[in-house]
Design a protein around this ligand. Structure first.
Ligand code: ITT
Length: 193
């Protein structure tokens, strides 16, 4: 089954393919949206933005479309950067620096990654919508070179003080918000063929 993955983020595509492979699913092929794919992410929630992206990819291709809207929610910052995670500052490093600075006054460093996934059918109907989460906390210093985004400062709960960026690709996929959301979708597809 060919599915358009409504993203411009190559890291997400790489992770998705790894998660599908680990799940033992060989029948799904993700393809990129065509040139001109530039959805206006003006939703108020991860779910709304995920739907906007999937609908835009479907509008352009007429194909089954999947979207992931994701981000980091920090408890002491009232859930920020949340849906604005990609726009929190200019560059990935500037976003991490801003996050660590804003968290300085707080003792509570609890945080979670969220991923809302939406699958749209050929005729634009919602086939599946659910979210995955990954709970942990924000470190004081960054560590590791894997993953992307906020991974170097996200300590994964229960994994002995490793940041997400210190995990192997497989280890990240096994616990990540994206892995948890996509495995729910893959189960759904398995049961609804
Ligand atoms: P698309 O909208 O094109 O899919 P994007 O990167 O802009 O790409 P989002 O709007 O969903 O995607 O924003 C997600 C941001 O949240 C991303 O740029 C990172 O800053 C952060 N993020 C999401 N998942 C992450 C992960 O697994 N590890 C680290 N940071 C992550």
């Amino acid at each position: 089954m060919k599915i358009v993955f409504a993203t411009s983020n190559p890291h997400k595509i790489k992770e998705l393919n790894g998660i599908v492979r680990d799940f033992g699913e060989s029948d799904i092929e993700f393809v990129l949206p065509p040139e001109g794919f530039d959805p206006v992410e003006n939703g108020k929630t991860f779910e709304e933005n995920s739907l906007i992206k999937a609908k835009e990819a479907n509008r352009l291709t007429g194909m089954i479309s999947l979207a992931d809207d994701s981000g980091l929610c920090v408890e002491a910052l009232n859930g920020e950067p949340g849906i604005y995670s990609a726009r929190y500052a200019e560059t990935p490093q500037a976003r991490i620096d801003k996050l660590l600075k804003n968290l300085e006054p707080f003792e509570n460093r609890r945080a979670k990654f969220v991923c809302a996934m939406t699958l749209i059918g050929e005729n634009g109907e919602i086939l599946f919508a659910d979210r995955g989460e990954c709970h942990g906390s924000i470190s004081f210093q960054q560590a590791g070179n894997g993953g992307f985004g906020y991974d170097p400062v996200f300590l994964v709960g229960g994994l002995g003080g490793k940041t997400m960026a210190e995990l192997t690709d497989n280890e990240k996929n096994a616990v990540s918000h994206r892995g948890n959301a996509l495995r729910k979708l893959l189960e759904f597809l398995k049961n609804n063929r």
